[in-house]
Design a protein around this ligand. Structure first.
Ligand SMILES: [Zn+2]
Length: 492
């Protein structure tokens, strides 16, 4: 038996709630159909009614109340703490109480607020990199940023539908959430900002990018040029440890995603990495080019993606050009992207990436905070307010980054391991997706004390859990295929 979400006329016309219901439905693991109540209800289905509770059919499995769709003001918002979860709502008023059948009155509106990132559309504050900061989000102020709120409410909905089916001895059709029936998923990703610490050429290029004395590129370029000269004869480089990452992961049967920077971004910004595809690196005891390294990574069934340049986050043609640069070097199609510095404009970045032909993005997260920027720890198709529909691009929200733990939160290695464990616990409980970002130069203990050890511990921890650990691109492909299965099963 499948689940049919029947939206009343008001809910159906709005399209925002339709998008939210679609995201919730994708987290229920049953084939589903969204339809208007003006269409005839298909027989043999569990009905979730979306609309005015006064008109809910008596035998519906669950109810998502919706009677209005007011604009929300940021200044009114407070966190409502309910028995079964939390919801940001104006004045903390979550509307009609949840019942055996119904979720709270403001649930859909509140989840739309999270999923559609209304907060950063309304709050115009941006940090020195032009990002909506992890220090600005109210979810952080309320202490719930590390709670996958959307997944938690999907679980509440799922419990109601299952209880209804059990009472009637109906069997709900199921599509597995993750590969091999695993309980939750973790994507391991690495933004390749550096390929070597000691490279005279790359350091001089950085100096060349300096816009003025005293700027980042000037200071860092000078220092790293001097260092590179001192270490000119060294046989190994502390940043060039790609084989260590891959062996450590492979030791647990894991593989990951390496996102490479384009060699020729336009315009080039002083924060852009300076390696070229023709530069030399060491990999498994052999000298090769960066392009060769990309191919070796792909040959080991890890993923190569694009770490798009600093200025590219609103430029579709440039993103497309950068994708082609990596495709030429790696000689494989590139499907995934993450923006350098997590530069992201809620009104423009997804649009640019989608136009540039990417299947998925994994930028939506914070530099300064751990957790779920859109309240969701799962792949989802973002909302497009211009077309009032979901995008074809899939978002895999980045949820946990090395620098956040050690630089912003200033944790020790042991403290970081605890924090990572709590993050895995939260995502495991809802069967969601965590996306980890560790930078490949973090193996350099002298520059990043504790970073690599914390990662190794995290992998060890994951090995003991029922987790599907895979490159982001594989998880994206799985989710897209799962969506097709849910659709085709529901139209049979
Ligand atoms: Zn970066």
């Amino acid at each position: 038996m499948r689940v049919v979400y029947r939206l009343d006329e008001f809910a159906w016309k709005l399209s925002e709630p339709r998008h939210v219901v679609g995201v919730l439905a994708s987290l229920l693991d049953s084939p589903f159909l969204l339809q208007s109540t003006s269409a005839p209800a298909p027989p043999e289905s569990a009905v979730v009614f979306v609309g005015d509770p006064a008109h809910a059919p008596g035998d519906c499995a669950a109810l998502l109340p919706l009677t209005d769709w007011p604009a929300w003001k940021l200044t009114d918002l407070e966190l409502a703490s309910l028995e079964d979860g939390v919801l940001p709502c104006p004045h903390g008023d979550s509307g009609s109480a949840s019942t055996e059948r119904a979720l709270p009155g403001a649930c859909l509106r509140s989840l739309a607020f999270l999923l559609h990132r209304e907060e950063e559309r309304l709050d115009t504050r941006r940090d020195q990199w032009g990002c909506f900061s992890g220090f600005s989000t109210r979810l952080g102020e309320w202490g719930v940023l590390d709670r996958p709120i959307v997944n938690q409410w999907a679980l509440q909905l799922s419990r109601r539908v299952r209880a209804w089916a059990e009472r009637r001895n109906h069997r709900l059709a199921e599509v597995p959430r993750w590969k091999n029936g695993k309980r939750f998923a973790v994507a391991l990703t690495h933004d390749v900002d550096w390929v070597r610490r000691y490279s005279v050429r790359q350091s001089l290029r950085l100096l060349g990018q300096a816009r003025k004395p005293g700027s980042y590129a000037f200071r860092h370029g000078l220092r790293s040029t001097a260092e590179a000269i001192v270490h000119f004869a060294d046989r190994s480089d502390p940043y060039c440890t790609f084989d260590r990452w891959m062996s450590e992961e492979a030791g647990h049967g894991f593989r990951s995603t390496f996102l490479f920077c384009p060699p020729h971004p336009k315009p080039r910004h002083e924060y852009d990495p300076t390696y070229l595809e023709t530069d030399r690196v060491q990999f498994r005891g052999r000298a090769m080019t960066v392009a060769g390294l990309m191919r070796a990574i792909a040959a080991a069934e890890c993923e190569v993606g694009l770490h798009a340049s600093y200025e590219s986050y609103v430029r579709s043609e440039e993103l497309s050009r950068q994708r082609e640069q990596i495709e030429r070097a790696a000689r494989i199609p590139i499907r995934g992207v993450r923006q350098h510095f997590l530069r992201f404009d809620i009104g423009r970045t997804w649009e640019a990436q989608e136009r540039a032909g990417f299947a998925y993005d994994s930028t939506l997260g914070y530099n300064e905070a751990v957790g779920f920027r859109a309240g969701v720890g799962a792949p989802f198709h973002p909302w497009n307010p211009a077309t009032r529909d979901e995008r074809t691009l899939l978002e895999l929200p980045m949820t946990l980054m090395d620098g956040t733990l050690f630089r912003t939160l200033k944790l020790t290695a042991a403290g970081a391991v605890e924090r990572i464990r709590a993050h895995f616990d939260a995502i495991e409980q809802v069967g969601g997706l965590a996306v980890l970002l560790w930078h490949p130069n973090a193996t350099d203990e002298s520059a990043f004390p504790g970073w690599w050890d914390a990662y190794r511990e995290a992998l060890q921890d994951l090995a003991g859990r029922d987790a599907w650990v895979a490159p982001a691109g594989e998880i994206a492909a799985w989710w897209l295929e799962r969506g097709r299965q849910m659709d085709s099963a529901s139209s049979q």
